[in-house]
Write a protein that binds this ligand. Structure first.
Ligand code: BGC
Length: 579
């Protein structure tokens, strides 16, 4: 029986900064599981994630029930060191020596088949803090398998998708990105992390030798993913990014297809991708696709009489080719049983305002019913792709009033309904379900560059003298304005990729490969259709979409997608959690 690599190794490697050499062949494990004897109609997978500061730690534990529905559960494990749980939330604790039992509390007693429950705790220890080897759920060993007697892998039946593809699976490490990262001083510390593979041009399907695509085409990545899977479960993350009239509100990522070239999009881009993905050689992979970053929200926020409107977005709204293209991608890729489609959903600093929130959900629903698609083709949504919005702001909340003024009135929040990506993503999920999407949809959050650590990270709230001082003094996100998006100065790597970290969240992912530029800081001739957007120029004083503020961009950046060493170094320096 195959033994899944445990996440312990990955985490302690990340802390100690040793080289990644042997991990590349395996993909990055986001799950703790071991081989085990069996019990029928039962099974479970556990993801045990630790943030460790040397003498203490916080653990987040997600338990997925792969067996029959449970009403009441106990998760048990034994520590191998002297770890002591000091307080625990979302569960009931008993610890005797090294043996720990966590039971349900009343609100999370029922655990459906494929349902996930998450709890967390703080712990203290001396010496070392290895993750537990074995977990049992109601007495059954959690090895990520549903019927270990006959099938040792957590395979769904052929043609059946699992609820959360990240649970019980490794995630593909792109060797091209990994080599770029490893070539940087200190880059070894992150070079074994999984990142998205962007198919940003038709030629990327076959491989075009560009600086970040290298010699790999889609087949090469899928072949390599099969190899990394080594017989186990493997997620590979593919970004579908080539709509006609791409990037209508900006210039840095304009693409190769003109606004009306929807037929080329279908025939020369989506169809060949679908043909490759449906090759039976890849049917054991879990192929996560993220569909068309930054497209649909532009049709809500950057059109019509709004001061943020652009003629290019007005054109894409009028000709319908974003909606048609997204619908076609969902329908065509959704026909492949092992593809999991996630639609891009912007981020809180874009669609978190009341005017944009419900309207964006409606637009997603429209696309999910266009060009032959149905909402069943949608497995979930991804927030914050290639953006910098903080995962969680701890030092202010939307409901607070400071010296007579609401936090929502502060210049930074500016009446937004959300202050961070986690609260936004969970609320958007609910909104999408009420709009008509399946209640089982899950969210991904791109945490590649939203860490905001380093010496300037605040460790408490700002002054209560007035609401702006309070919010500005306490916020982690240190952008000049929430609307800034290009190569942001001061940013750091965010949470490492993690499966099922919070309710409603399928995974934290690094969809944007850290170190790849968002756009050039001055015009650079290129064959990819990329323009020069002044939001990437550090001397630019802004436009309506960033409240006429400075761009906050780093200088000397190359064309979008190309390797930007100085940015990668800064991201590592300001990582949070730190490397
Ligand atoms: C670029 C793509 C690139 C992607 C990932 C985008 O901004 O336009 O060409 O593949 O970022 O780095």
């Amino acid at each position: 029986m195959r033994e899944l690599p445990r996440s312990t190794g990955r985490r302690s490697w990340a802390r100690s900064g040793l080289a990644a050499a042997s991990t590349l062949a395996l993909g990055a494990s986001l799950v703790a599981a071991t081989s085990s004897p069996a019990a029928a109609a039962a099974g479970c997978a556990v993801d045990y994630q630790v943030n460790d500061w040397g003498s203490g730690f916080t653990a987040n534990v997600s338990v997925t029930n792969l067996g029959d529905p449970l009403n009441g559960w106990d998760l048990e494990w034994s520590f191998s060191g002297n770890q002591q749980v000091t307080n625990l939330w979302n569960g009931s604790l008993s610890q005797s020596g090294q043996d720990v039992t966590v039971g349900n509390v009343s609100h999370n007693a029922s655990l459906s088949t494929n349902g996930t429950v998450t709890f967390g705790f703080n712990g203290s220890y001396s010496g070392s803090n290895p993750a537990p080897d074995t977990f049992t759920l109601n007495g059954v060993v959690c090895d990520g398998s549903t019927d270990p007697g006959t099938d040792p892998d957590p395979d769904p039946d052929p043609g059946e998708r699992v609820d959360n593809p990240y649970v019980g699976a490794d995630v593909y490490v792109n060797p091209i990105w990994s080599a770029n990262a490893a070539a940087e001083p200190g880059g070894d510390r992150v070079a074994d992390q999984p990142t998205g593979v962007w198919l940003d041009q038709i030629s990327a399907i076959e491989g075009n030798g560009s600086p970040t695509t290298g010699s790999y085409g889609l087949r090469d990545h899928l072949d390599e993913a099969v190899e990394q899977a080594d017989g186990g479960e493997m997620v590979i993350q593919i970004v579908i990014y080539n709509l006609p009239g791409r990037d209508c509100a900006a210039l840095a990522s304009n693409g190769e297809l003109g606004p009306d070239e929807i037929d080329r999009y279908k025939n020369e881009y989506i169809d060949p991708i679908a043909e490759i993905m449906s090759d039976p050689a890849y049917s054991d992979l879990r192929i996560v696709t993220t569909i068309e970053i930054d497209s649909l929200p532009n049709l809500v926020t950057n059109v019509g009489s709004r001061p943020t409107a652009t003629p290019e977005c007005d054109e894409m709204l009028a000709n319908g080719n974003y909606v048609e293209g997204v619908g076609y991608a969902l329908a065509t890729l959704g026909d492949i049983p092992n593809v999991y489609n996630y639609i891009d959903a912007g981020h809180h600093g874009w669609i978190g305002w009341d005017d944009n929130f419900g309207a964006s959900a409606d637009k997603f629903y429209e696309a999910a019913n266009a060009a032959g698609a149905t909402p069943d083709d949608v497995h979930g949504f991804i927030a914050n792709t290639a953006n910098y919005s903080a995962l969680q702001e701890d030092h202010f909340t939307i409901d607070q009033t400071i010296n007579g003024q609401m936090v929502r009135q502060s210049d930074w929040v500016d009446w937004n309904r959300y202050t961070d990506e986690l609260s936004f993503s969970q609320a958007l999920r609910e909104e999408l379900v009420s709009t008509g999407f399946d209640p089982g949809i899950g969210m991904l959050i791109d945490t590649s560059r939203n860490g905001w650590g380093g010496p300037d990270r605040p460790d408490g709230p700002g002054s209560t003298s007035d609401v702006n001082a309070y919010v500005d003094g306490g916020r982690y996100d240190r952008r000049i304005h929430l609307g800034n998006w290009c190569n942001q100065s001061g940013a750091g790597l965010g949470e490492r990729p993690t499966a099922a970290p919070e309710p409603g969240i399928d995974a934290y992912v690094w969809m944007k490969p850290p170190g790849e530029s968002d756009g050039s800081s001055e015009f650079i001739e290129n064959p990819e259709g990329k323009g020069f957007d002044r939001m990437c120029d550090p001397t630019y004083e802004g436009n309506a979409r960033n409240g006429d503020n400075m761009s906050g961009a780093l200088p000397d950046a190359p064309v979008s997608g190309h390797w930007f060493s100085a940015q990668f170094q800064e991201l590592m320096e300001n990582a949070y959690p730190p490397l």
